[in-house]
Design a protein around this ligand. Structure first.
Ligand code: GDP
Length: 430
């Protein structure tokens, strides 16, 4: 079976959790390749609610190997807490089904404190970070002063690295940001313990993936956030600190690009954004309220209300190109029921000119006005539909137009939060 990369095509929160869970049933290995515990998936399995921030939800399927690649940033307290919670509910978690790359960067307490203090200092110009230390951890990775899992599990190495970096962090915290410094012991003591607990799970994830591929086991690469939050290709600087685009899967877990056979793009039938940044199709009216309320658009990690607007095909076409999408999964289509017309943004207009691609600067994107194509809506409740041909005619027209404009076939349509509330047009693994 082919390997699949699953990516968000918008600004994250596209409903990847549910689609990944569906695909996980058919995958032997699931690996995350970037991001940290700023992602959040809520899954309801057999009436029980499970929240995942770091561990792939594949952990619920016996026989599935779950990995965190080197491109991830790991908060050990959150990770170990997630393991404890799963174990207390009877889920088996151990080296036989969970591995962390020895090269994964570790989020340290000073990363979190710096994150929060900087965001506070920025006031109105804030990025809207989740304050979990993810950005500062990636900064240290690139600055070559990060602490990796392989360092954390070795007390001598941890001591040496921490001794080297702590004075600088404390200087920044105290002198620049007016915050509290850390003592060496208050970090070293708990983090040394975390390291010892992590040791049995540490592995060379690149080798695990190569071995799996050699034995014909298929791999699901799970991206977090979305394409337009990509550090290189997103709406900079309102972006995340890593590469959610499909190519990030190769660098983020140590596998060659030829192993990324297919790329499934998750598309919410409308658009949402958390935090700041320009948003051309945003609806600041009762339609936006409808999307928030019916779509329950509140962050699963932060609880923040999301900004909502119509589907933006400029955004989607860009995602198709940047990721090399081979299929689409449309989510939350049910949320559009009763809205009439349903609108699709097919281009932007900026300074009297039509524009079909995303501009490179925020100032230009700020000036972009959406060019809408209006399609007739549908009144029916579609959550019970399981075959495309049973959808109302207007819903089918909408999907057909979306597929045409994106230039990528629709493989899955989600019509409700439940696993059952799904239309599989074509199995992405087939
Ligand atoms: P993710 O991080 O990309 O998984 O996205 P979110 O954190 O926004 O999760 C999506 C939310 O929408 C979850 O609460 C899901 O249960 C819910 N959801 C997923 N698919 C659908 C759908 O097709 N319809 C509706 N109404 N809700 C959905």
């Amino acid at each position: 079976m082919p390997n699949i990369v699953v990516v968000g095509t918008q600004w994250g929160d596209e409903g990847k959790g549910k689609i990944v869970d569906l695909l996980t049933e058919q995958a032997r290995v699931v690996v995350r390749y970037q991001g940290g515990n700023n992602a959040g998936h809520t899954l309801v399995v057999g009436g029980e609610k499970f929240i995942f921030h770091l561990i792939p939800s594949g952990i619920l399927h016996p026989g599935t190997m779950c990995c965190l690649g080197n491109g991830v940033v790991l908060d050990p307290a959150v990770f170990l807490g997630e393991i404890d919670r799963l174990q207390s509910r009877g889920v088996k978690v151990g080296p036989e089904n969970l591995r962390v790359s020895e090269r994964t960067q570790v989020i340290m307490p000073y990363h979190q404190r710096l994150d929060l203090a900087r965001e506070r200092a920025k006031g109105a110009g804030k990025i809207g970070t989740t304050g979990r230390g993810i950005g500062p951890c990636y900064e240290d990775k690139v600055a070559r002063r990060g602490i990796r899992v392989a360092d954390l599990v070795d007390p001598q190495l941890l001591k040496a690295k921490l001794t080297e970096v702590l004075p600088e962090k404390n200087f920044l915290l105290e002198k620049l940001l007016g915050d509290k410094p850390f003592t060496f012991e208050e970090i070293f003591a708990p983090y040394e313990k975390f390291g010892q607990r992590l040791k049995p799970l540490m592995a060379n994830v690149s080798i695990i993936l190569h071995e799996a591929a050699k034995h014909g086991k298929n791999i699901l690469f799970e991206g977090a956030q979305g394409t337009h939050l990509d550090i290189d290709h997103g709406t900079y600087p309102f972006v995340t600190s890593s590469n959610p685009v499909a190519g990030g899967a190769a660098t983020g877990c140590g596998i060659g690009p030829k192993a990324l056979h297919r790329v499934l793009g998750i598309v919410k039938a409308y658009t949402t954004r958390v935090g700041g940044g320009p948003f051309p199709t945003e609806c600041l009216d009762s339609i936006g309220d409808h999307m928030v309320e019916v779509g329950q658009e509140f962050g699963s990690t932060t609880g923040r209300r999301r900004r909502c607007g119509w589907l933006d095909l400029v955004v989607l076409q860009e995602s198709a190109r940047l990721n090399g999408l081979t299929g689409l999964a449309i989510t939350k289509l049910d949320v559009l029921s009763t809205l009439d017309p349903v609108r699709i943004c097919v281009a932007y207009e900026v300074d009297g000119q039509r524009r079909d691609s995303m501009p490179p600067t925020l100032a230009e994107l700020e000036r972009c006005r959406p060019v809408f194509e209006d399609l007739p809506g549908w009144q029916e409740d579609i959550s019970g539909v399981r075959r495309v041909q049973d959808l109302p005619a207007n819903t089918r027209t909408y999907l057909k137009r979306l597929e045409e404009l994106a230039g990528v076939p629709i493989q899955v349509v989600s019509v409700g939060p439940d696993r059952e509330e799904t239309i599989v047009v074509q199995n992405p693994f087939a």
